[in-house]
Design a protein. Structure first.
Length: 105
């Protein structure tokens, strides 16, 4: 089944909150020695695992969307990798190179 990002995050948080409430119900019913307390604990475990899986999947997709590709960068016409003189001549900051570019100005 395919979920979009908002739905996946909402389902993950809902499952985790439901698991927390089932754990609370387990402790309440275990104190009263009710037989179906273990069922709540089992449901809390399954829901917690599923919620965590959805949340990890959402975070992985979100991290992948934040990665930058080479197409995301815009390079100027300055070729700083070939001849260093072009890069230093056009630099206007004080702490570039040996200070020759800023001393020349």
């Amino acid at each position: 089944m395919k979920f979009n990002k908002k739905t996946k995050f909402t389902v993950a948080i809902s499952l985790i909150v439901q698991s927390i409430s089932f754990v609370i119900m387990f402790f309440i019913l275990a104190g009263k020695k009710k037989s179906f307390a273990k069922a709540f604990l089992a449901m809390a475990s399954v829901g917690g695992i599923a919620g965590t899986a959805f949340l990890c999947s959402y975070l992985k997709e979100d991290r992948d969307d934040m990665r930058l590709d080479e197409d995301d960068f815009v390079f100027d016409e300055i070729d700083c990798f070939g001849d260093d003189s072009d890069c230093l001549d056009e630099c206007d900051c004080a702490d570039c190179g040996d200070g020759e570019a800023s001393a020349a100005e």
